[in-house]
Design a protein. Structure first.
Length: 115
């Protein structure tokens, strides 16, 4: 059974940092491409960052140079390090994987950046 559990969100001032975690079960993160998404109120969900099974990373232009996605194979966890946070980064962040022919997402974690 595939399960993704995010944690690490919270309230932070502009310029601050947070590290989000996505603990996976039911599959091995090493073998799969993973991604972090976010959805702000009234907006569509967007891909923030992705990491391939080979470790190649991609970022949305809005977060390049500020966010870093990584995998911890021992913990079967994917991380999103977020630095220099801006108020426009405020959203619910969730991780996702495409596995056995469908997409899976976690419940999400709220990130709020105050100005």
């Amino acid at each position: 059974q595939v399960r993704l559990v995010e944690s690490g969100g919270g309230l932070v001032q502009a310029g601050g940092s947070l590290r989000l975690s996505c603990a996976a079960s039911g599959f091995i993160v090493t073998n799969k491409a993973m991604a972090w998404y976010r959805q702000a109120p009234g907006k569509q969900r967007e891909v923030v960052a992705s990491i391939s099974s080979g470790g190649y990373t991609n970022y949305a232009d809005s977060v390049k140079g500020r966010f870093t996605i990584s995998k911890d194979n021992a913990q079967n966890t994917v991380y999103l390090q977020m630095n220099s946070l801006k108020p426009e980064d405020t959203a619910v962040y969730s991780c996702g994987v495409f596995y056995t022919g469908r997409n899976y997402w976690g419940q999400g974690t709220q990130v709020t950046v105050s100005s």
